[in-house]
Design a protein around this ligand. Sequence first.
Ligand SMILES: [Zn+2]
Length: 101
Amino acid sequence: MKLKKGDNVKIVLGKDKGKEAKIEKVFSKTQKVLVHGVNQYKRHLKARSQGQPSEIVTITKPLPLSNVALICPHCKFPTRIGFKVEKNDKIRVCRKCNKKI
Ligand SMILES: [Zn+2]
């Protein structure tokens, strides 16, 4: 998985295209990410019991990984991620400025 929780991403596809926000959760199995405040839908919940009002809740749906681009914390541009091995550790690097992310 190239992205992780806390990464800042830019939405490049879909209804929230252009928005920038932080990743809240990564689903590596389905290759999806949950981005704060992005891809929100309103769902109308019907009252389950008498006397309880029905309500509208906002839910955030995960986005496919291909819909987001990581924003490099160094050069501040949406970038592709590269990998480098440093001291037996696989590290992520920005393809634009080559700095560690
Ligand atoms: Zn960069």
